[in-house]
Design a protein. Structure first.
Length: 261
């Protein structure tokens, strides 16, 4: 899996505290029946039940403030974000925002943009993640892509890593080039790897968006000055995007691309 339970828990560590501090989040009115419905539908969706995913998309807005990120729901959301079907990932994004009780509006973006600069580490990480989800929902997508891209220059490695995750889940065209640059140039191997994974498989990019980065990946594959780990991630990304199982050989990949593009 490209997105682990551990990563997901880190991203949500400050959610409860942030809800209590933010005027954009209403009082929780927990409903055990809503919680049960959300968990059951997401479990069905992660088993490739398209009807369940559609029900989540229809009902997610009604669950805001009524469901919580229990350990069970956290595990299911992680599974949903790792689903091969982007429609299931999309439904999971909506459910995640509902469980965090985040309003899908510009006011939330304003609040989260401020929290992304917070001195509190967990709050900053959670804000970067949640901004990406809002961008995917069409809320101030271009503004959020710019905000997250700016955080790729943060001195804190974890902030850069979660800016990468946010950009990946934004699914925005504007996120592709910053992720490609980060994959090549970031000083942290972890951040470079997360950028490569984001371009290859994780996040909310479409198949066409992923294919659009192949020429740049081919250039990386043929760059003898690129470090060995990043070149390996480049070939891994090419395999994930194309479904081809060619060796770590830039010439063979370039030849295949020229014959099949």
């Amino acid at each position: 899996m490209f997105f682990s339970v551990f990563m997901f828990v880190i991203a949500h560590k400050a959610a409860d505290e942030t809800r209590s501090q933010s005027s954009r989040h209403t009082t929780q009115n927990y409903s055990s029946s809503a919680q049960r419905d959300a968990e059951q539908l997401l479990q069905r969706a992660t088993a490739n039940d398209a009807a369940a995913a559609r029900q989540i998309e229809t009902r997610a807005a009604t669950w805001k403030g009524r469901i919580q990120l229990t350990p069970q729901l956290t595990n299911l959301v992680t599974a949903g974000l790792n689903a091969s079907d982007i429609r299931i990932r999309s439904a999971t994004v909506q459910l995640d925002l509902a469980a965090m009780n985040v309003a899908e509006d510009s006011g939330s973006v304003d609040t989260l943009a401020t929290q992304a600069d917070s001195p509190d580490h967990a709050t900053r990480i959670w804000a970067l993640w949640t901004l990406g989800l809002l961008a995917n929902r069409g809320v101030a997508t271009n503004r959020i892509a710019e905000l997250l891209t700016a955080h790729l220059s943060d001195s804190d490695i974890e902030a850069r890593r979660w800016a990468v995750e946010g950009l990946a889940y934004s699914g925005a065209d504007a996120a592709l080039q910053p992720l490609l640059k980060t994959m090549r140039d970031d000083t942290s191997p972890m951040v470079r790897e997360r950028a490569a994974c984001s371009l290859a498989e994780s996040g909310m990019f479409t198949a066409d968006q992923r294919r659009s980065v192949i020429p740049t990946l081919l250039a990386y594959a043929g760059d003898s000055e690129l470090d060995a780990a990043t070149r390996a991630w480049t070939f891994h990304a090419l395999r994930d995007i194309t479904g081809q199982r060619l060796p770590d050989d830039a010439a063979k990949w370039t030849d295949w691309y020229e014959r099949n593009r």
